[in-house]
Design a protein around this ligand. Sequence first.
Ligand SMILES: NC(=O)c1ccc[n+]([C@@H]2O[C@H](COP(=O)([O-])OP(=O)(O)OC[C@H]3O[C@@H](n4cnc5c(N)ncnc54)[C@H](O)[C@@H]3O)[C@@H](O)[C@H]2O)c1
Length: 318
Amino acid sequence: MDNNAKVAVLGASGGIGQPLSLLLKNSPLVSRLTLYDIAHTPGVAADLSHIETRAVVKGYLGPEQLPDCLKGCDVVVIPAGVPRKPGMTRDDLFNTNATIVATLTAACAQHCPEAMICIIANPVNSTIPITAEVFKKHGVYNPNKIFGVTTLDIVRANTFVAELKSLDPARVNVPVIGGHAGKTIIPLISQCTPKVDFPQDQLTTLIGRIQEAGTEVVKAKAGAGSATLSMAYAGARFVFSLVDAMNGKEGVVECAFVKSQETDCSYFSTPLLLGKKGIEKNLGIGKISSFEEKMVAEAMAELKASIKKGEDFVKSMK
Ligand SMILES: NC(=O)c1ccc[n+]([C@@H]2O[C@H](COP(=O)([O-])OP(=O)(O)OC[C@H]3O[C@@H](n4cnc5c(N)ncnc54)[C@H](O)[C@@H]3O)[C@@H](O)[C@H]2O)c1
């Protein structure tokens, strides 16, 4: 596949979809970029197609054009769905986004069952179980190829730690495990490279800020949506890591919310070694502090409930 990744973005006209598509179009790793949405894709695709990079861009509008958008894809990224407004939790998006994700992933299962599926649409803690159940229904489920994109939590943790310690954020790496909502977001500051130390009160504030960083943006945007530009960056970072690994690069590690046997929760985010066929090895939680162990224990009930909600949703579908 060397530098010839065929990538589809579903929800490509949205706040995340447009800048994410721009970053993908700007990459030498991508040779074909297919953009799907229920609105505005002809314009977005025409606009991006004038950029002087190799990736061929094409827009697809409405459900009857979705199959052609997906055929032959190596990677599908899904930021389609409604974002939060002030006062909403990610779970408040469930009713709308569950149907959108189930519909779009059913089309993936039919038209590009071998592709890597990267879900951005919230609530990620439920949309990943939804995707897995949809793929199972179609008999094409491969847990190594379905990823809940939590990269923005890592990006934020890196940025905030760098700010506090006056480091270059590009050189900071904080693994973030668990899920992608409130207290299920568990930054492992004890595993940060370079090693950093904080007094307990500062650590608690830092972790709280990472967990609520999405809400910080929702409040600042005051009704105009949630994180879009930083999410586009994070989504592109995840796709580039995945494509690098698919191209044979070794030692590529990213955290993502995936099917997991690392805890007694059936889906969990941990650092993953990526390879040609998706997850090559789950690197697990590793050694963590007692404070972090407590956070993991406290996240379990909410995570399990969100997972069950997603699974039940697909089971109840006709
Ligand atoms: N994983 C994360 O860290 C993270 C971070 C930020 C936002 N999000 C989530 O990403 C999603 C998108 O956010 P946004 O700010 O881009 O929203 P947005 O409203 O700006 O864009 C959503 C896009 O999805 C499209 N869409 C709606 N239904 C569709 C369907 N059935 N098929 C195809 N496209 C459809 C809309 O037309 C729109 O263009 C939200 O669910 C949000 O909560 C996730």
